[in-house]
Design a protein around this ligand. Structure first.
Ligand code: ADP
Length: 496
């Protein structure tokens, strides 16, 4: 089945407007239909009431006139009165016929029929009186016809009462229909509002989904993740945009690889001549190629110190490059006792702080994790070396290690100046150094924490400054503990 997909974002927007206004349109249409129906019924009720009232009044009036003219005829025997009687008779018959089309009760219809039958008899008498063909005594027959008016007056009263009942019935019916319509409209309006809200939610999702996907992809690219492909689904033009973004990702990935290769190559090429310079300077400094004056010794010391700094920097660049490339795959992971690893690294650092009277305060729980030994060592070496670098003589460097079912938590702290609040995230970026520390006696490359960050995230953990803006930096690291992986590693270890 082919799913309909709008060609452009604009099409999707227009579709959204249509979808959202659709329930409102249907709601409006049904409301108008209801109002139309109600007004039709109302008009019908009014029509019945008006014509019923008018016809019943005319009926009573014509009947009175008919009786009066027939009585006058019976007294005067003037044919003119007979003719008038006939005219009224015809008009009453028409009225009775018209009344039959009203929605009156069956008993009222029967009364009208009965009245029409009685009037037919009366009519025969009047016509034969006019033609002179009346059977029996004319006066007696006319008197009989006059007498039948009394019964007809009663029947007219019944008909009027029937019309009154019809009006009341129809008005009550109209009221009930109006109330029902009101109820239906309220529930329909509720349904249409719900449908509109639902449509708004669906369309908001459909409109924002591709934008969110693009946003996430751009964020991933910005964070240096060039591996995850850019997948954007939605209108065709946005999908094309997604494809272009993916093309950009591939280009950036290639450039990143080239940059890393280039850096690795340059660093490697720099290392060899640098170690020759360092060795040469050391030979000179030790006087192996002849006695040096004090000034010459000072110059060779500068040469040695700076070549050591340069070598550290190159090492860091190589490490950072490795960290970014994530050369070490998960396959090289092994079971590592984090406590022993940290103790070993801290021990190595103590040799560097001898003579500065710095205390070590290390309290570690036994924690096993699965990870890459080199990466873990690099993490703690950099953190301890920074702590040592920035702690003043007489200060303390501390470390705590604990764990729960899912993660290991480690805190490393020192007595240095701490990390300014606004810098607490920036310090993990490559080559970033806190302005106030740059001019201090401590020399650095600004790569140590960037390497730590790369390795920690590679291991699936996180790192942050726990006390930004306060003296004595405290770094908190969490590393995931994958129990299944640990068990597998333990088995492999036992079997080997
Ligand atoms: P560097 O080689 O300059 O130490 P890092 O990446 O290790 O590079 O650290 C980046 C910056 O973070 C450092 O320049 C320093 O200003 C700050 N920093 C890192 N660790 C500490 C610490 N323990 N105490 C105070 N500042 C620190």
């Amino acid at each position: 089945m082919k799913i309909f997909r709008p060609r452009t974002f604009l099409n999707l927007l227009v579709l959204g407007f249509i979808m959202v206004s659709l329930p409102l349109g249907v709601g409006l249409w049904t409301t108008l239909k209801f109002i139309d129906q109600l007004s039709d019924t109302g008009l019908e009720v009014v029509d019945h009431a008006v014509s019923g009232t008018r016809e019943s009044e005319l009926l009573a009036e014509h009947l009175r006139n008919e009786e009066r003219t027939l009585r006058l005829y019976s007294i005067t025997t003037e044919k003119e009165y007979l003719k008038q009687t006939e005219d009224y008779h015809a008009q009453i018959d028409t009225l009775l016929f018209q009344l039959l089309r009203l929605p009156l009760r069956t008993n009222v219809h029967s009364t009208i029929d009965e009245m029409r039958q009685a009037r037919n008899v009366q009519r025969t008498t009047i016509i034969s009186a006019r033609d002179g063909t009346i059977k029996g005594d004319p006066q007696t027959e006319i008197t009989k016809a006059i007498d039948s008016f009394e019964e007809q007056q009663n029947q007219v009263q019944d008909i009027r009462a029937g019309i009154q009942e019809m009006m009341e019935r129809e008005i009550t019916g109209l009221k009930t229909t109006t109330e029902e319509a009101q109820r239906t409209l309220v529930s329909q309006t509720g349904t249409f509002i719900l449908a509109t809200v639902f449509m708004i939610i669906v369309m908001t999702f459909l409109l924002s989904w591709p934008v969110r996907q693009l946003n996430k992809s751009v964020e991933r690219l910005g964070n240096g993740d060039f591996k995850t492909p850019v997948l954007v689904s939605g209108p065709l033009d946005i999908e094309v945009l997604g494809e272009k973004l993916d093309w950009l990702r591939v280009r950036l990935e290639a450039l990143e690889q080239e940059k890393a290769k280039f850096l690795a190559h340059i660093s490697h090429e720099l290392k060899t001549p640098l170690s020759s310079i360092r060795e040469g300077a050391a030979l000179l400094n030790e006087g192996l190629v002849g006695e040096l004056s004090h000034k010459q010794e000072a110059v060779t010391s500068i040469l040695i110190n700076n070549s050591v700094l340069l070598q550290d920097l190159i090492e860091n660049i190589i490490n950072f490059n490795m960290a970014q490339l994530k050369k070490e795959s998960k396959e090289s992971n092994k079971l590592i006792n984090l406590k022993s690893l940290i103790e070993k690294v801290a021990q190595a650092q103590t040799t560097k702080i001898i003579g500065r009277n710095i205390n070590l305060d290390i309290k570690l729980q036994n924690v096993l994790i699965c990870g890459n030994q080199k990466e873990l060592e690099a993490i703690f070496e950099n953190l301890f070396s920074n702590a040592a670098k920035y702690s003043p003589p007489g200060g303390t460097i501390g470390c705590r290690l604990s764990s729960d079912q899912k993660k290991a938590a480690c805190i490393i702290y020192d007595s240095g100046p701490g990390i300014p609040k606004e810098e607490s995230e920036k310090i993990f970026k490559p080559f970033y150094q806190v302005e106030t520390h740059v001019h201090s006696v401590v020399k650095g490359s600004g790569l140590g924490l960037a390497i730590v960050y790369e390795y920690v995230t590679h291991l699936g953990g996180s790192i942050r400054v726990l006390n930004p803006g306060e003296p004595g930096a405290r770094f908190g690291i969490t590393l995931p503990i994958n129990n299944v992986e640990i068990e597998n590693q333990a088995k492999t270890y036992e079997n080997s």
